[in-house]
Write a new protein. Sequence first.
Length: 251
Amino acid sequence: MPIREFNIFRRHKRQYIPDLQAVELTPLFRGRPVIAEEIIPEEEERIMNICPTGAIQSSPTRIDIGKCVFCKECEFVLPGKITFTHDHRLAANSRENLIISAGDKNPIRLDPEKMRKEIRSYFKYALKLRQVSAGGDNSAEMELNAAGNVNFDMGRYGIEFVASPRHADGIVITGPISENMSKALQICYDAIPEPKLVILCGTDAISGGIFAGSPSIDRSFLEKTHVDLYIPGNPPHPLTIINGLLDLIGR
């Protein structure tokens, strides 16, 4: 082995992760929130007013992680009553399952009753995806790229990104869907053969994030399209992405 490569390996050690479904992230990671049941109305109002995306709802106190940017401002205001755990398994196949209520400590998992049966039948061992940045800021896009690097190696499960929608089984959307990308997104989706998946990756894609309500975005595509997987995060961690996809295809 050349000296340069040997020294890099010596400094970095082995970075490959053998089992992506058994990894625990550092407590510094901002994952699934846990909300105490004893939050009073005055406290609710304080954290609702400070939330930049309107992710916090009242009676009972709830956090919509499809809107949440994981800034932790609500935890800073109410330490001990709101805690962001380091649980990175956040993906769901139902929009409602992204809403965490006070007292709910259950992990987020996919609902088998709401899953199309052909997904696991067709895509369990090979899934090719076309990624479309629909006005994204390149953060979620970078994490999707990282999911395929030497550390995570998503390709070992047969999950890969392809250049052409005609070679894809589904589409991964990042960004809030800007007006000038809405038609391009529809064209890309139409070019994918049936049955095709739609996956929303990141807070912006799921809810519009901080851009929700802007006249510069056009989310009409989602009003007429079934979404198979929601992957929250701002941006999502590669492990959130990979484990969400593995749960979807039944691996």
